[in-house]
Write a protein that binds this ligand. Structure first.
Ligand code: ADP
Ligand code: MG
Length: 511
């Protein structure tokens, strides 16, 4: 008999419904048509074992399977369950009158157990859109898929559960998650809080400004000065995620098979790839394209710890996505786009030895070593970092202080307010939401200076020997400082503070 059963293919972050036709006829053989890859071709062995171990069988007849649309690449082992159910029905081993109302996905183990799949959230969204009644998938994926309301999402552990369901023996219930409740629950307490950081008021101020204007930032300081500790706390002062952002971010993590204990990601992500990371793991790609760290950091923070240790070509490939806020992966036959809008936080030691201009330093570096070290980060990437700040370790007395510092929630209130001012100001622009995104033209328009402020900026730039590229960055940051203050105009105080955040442009660094 000929049977139609539905699966789904994830392409980028979107899913497409796949129609699987299973035909069983006299003869012998197992034929797969419709561009399936080798992992799907191997499915017959897994399906045979899984069925056998549950007292069913892969019939010794001619089995023809057609997967449509044929021009869409279908990869991986996630169709095992789809095919298995199709085969069981087509060979009259089970009855499934409601089969066409469901999308079925899952990888089988030889004992009939199920292995998780990738992209469950995208698959669920598509299934709902196309009017399916429900979705069957491995229990490990049920929480991320159950985010979608109005779709019966069944998480199953074993092939027997889906057989029992269609045969009317089932006791299995769809998983119901109240997404709004989940969403508000996870928002409340950040994992890492700025109140844990003693002292460092000026650095915290800097991070508040960075968060408020969406500015990329680099922290420069010796080992142990608290750079990593500070960076980790940045997500906690960014404005809370909107439901739309949370869904976008969860989708990407779902596609990468990286949702943490399932469910909705309501906290902004913090990704911290090691400096040995490859270009592919950082920006995405591979023979089965997968989102990289920059997409996993979408709507959150990407932390590049020890920036100069990263390979130059790796940093180079980040340039375009940083600009475009999405990354395009091109292959001969298709291209995929993953969103990648994140805040970049980088850290570095002041020199390869860890210290700079410190006569008591345990290790000193020669000017040559210094030059080589700094030259690695100059150029494209550094050009996209608005704020440079030097971090010095807090003195021992401060570290042992018991007084609690201001909490992230308090800081976040000010950041959110400043963001609201910006959203309003840039209302009419599609791709401009916060100050860091301003083009040069927009900087001229929104950071207009009085004659006196302009003169001050000019003098400071000459005296500190600041490069021309610093100019726009200073104005953008000054705009954010003004917004934090609720000031409509950018004045000389704002400029004065912003000038301080250009450490790497000064003499002695990159010059
Ligand atoms: N200002 C601070 N307040 C509290 N603890 C701090 C502070 N600065 C450093 N520490 C402690 O020192 C440790 C090392 O800091 P870390 O962030 O790893 O430094 P870095 O990344 O600059 O090498 C932290 O885990 C933290 O326990
Ligand atoms: Mg560190």
């Amino acid at each position: 008999m000929l049977v139609k059963v539905f699966g789904s293919a994830v392409f980028g972050v979107e899913a497409t419904t796949i129609t699987v036709e299973v035909n069983i006829d006299k003869g012998i053989g197992y034929h797969l048509v419709g561009l399936p890859d080798s992992a799907i071709k191997e499915s017959s062995y897994r399906i045979a074992a899984a069925l056998k171990n549950n007292n069913y069988e892969l019939p010794g007849k001619k089995i023809t399977i057609n997967m449509a649309p044929a021009d869409l690449r279908k990869e991986g082992s996630a169709y095992d369950l789809t095919l298995a159910v199709g085969i069981l029905v087509a060979s009259y081993q089970i009855k499934a009158e409601t089969l066409s109302e469901y999308v079925i996905m899952g990888e089988l183990s030889l004992d009939g157990g199920l292995q998780p799949i990738k992209g469950a959230l995208s698959i669920a969204i598509k299934a709902k859109e196309e009017g399916f009644k429900g979705l069957f998938l491995p229990i490990q994926n049920v929480k991320e898929a159950a985010i979608v309301e109005g779709l019966d999402v069944y998480g199953i552990e074993n092939v027997m559960q889906i057989i029992d369901f269609f045969e009317g023996r089932g006791t299995i219930e769809p998983t119901v998650i109240d997404t709004e409740v989940e969403f508000s629950k996870t928002l409340e307490f950040p994992e890492f809080d700025f109140s844990d950081v003693k002292g460092q008021e000026s650095i915290k101020r800097c991070m508040e400004i960075a968060a408020a204007g969406g500015h990329n930032i680099i922290l420069i300081g010796p080992p142990g000065s608290g750079k990593t500790m500070l960076a980790k706390r940045l997500p906690s002062i960014l404005p809370p995620m909107t439901m739309k952002e949370a869904l976008e971010t969860t989708k990407i993590h779902s596609v990468a098979g990286k949702t943490k204990e399932g469910g909705l990601m309501a906290q902004r992500p913090f990704r911290s790839p090691h400096h040995t990371a490859s270009s592919v793991s950082l920006v995405g790609g591979g023979s089965y394209p997968q989102p990289g760290e920059i997409s996993l950091a979408h709507n959150g923070v990407l932390f590049l710890d020890e920036l100069p240790e990263f390979k130059r070509e790796v940093l180079e490939v980040m340039r375009q996505p940083l600009e475009d806020r999405e990354v395009t992966i091109a292959r001969a036959k298709f291209t995929i786009t993953y969103p990648s809008s994140f805040m970049l936080v980088a850290s570095m030691n002041p020199s390869p030895g860890g210290y700079f201009n410190d006569p008591d330093a345990p290790v000193t570096s020669s000017p040559m070593e210094m030059q080589r070290y700094l030259s690695k980060i100059s150029g494209p990437l550094l050009d996209r970092i608005d704020i440079h700040i030097e971090v010095t370790p807090v003195p021992f007395e401060k570290l042992t202080e018991t007084r609690k510092a201001e909490s992230s929630v308090e800081i976040r209130k000010r950041v959110t307010k400043a963001r609201e001012i910006q959203s309003l100001r840039y209302e009419s622009f599609e791709n401009l939401h916060y100050n860091a995104q301003m083009s040069s033209k927009q900087v001229r328009q929104y950071c207009e200076l009085s004659e006196a402020s302009l003169q001050m900026l000019k003098t400071a730039m000459e005296r500190l020997n600041l490069s021309a590229r610093a100019y726009d960055r200073i104005l953008k940051v000054a705009r954010t400082i003004a917004d934090l203050e609720g000031s409509e105009n950018v004045n000389s105080n704002h400029i004065g503070e912003a000038i301080q955040y250009r450490s790497l442009d000064r003499d002695g660094w990159l010059g």
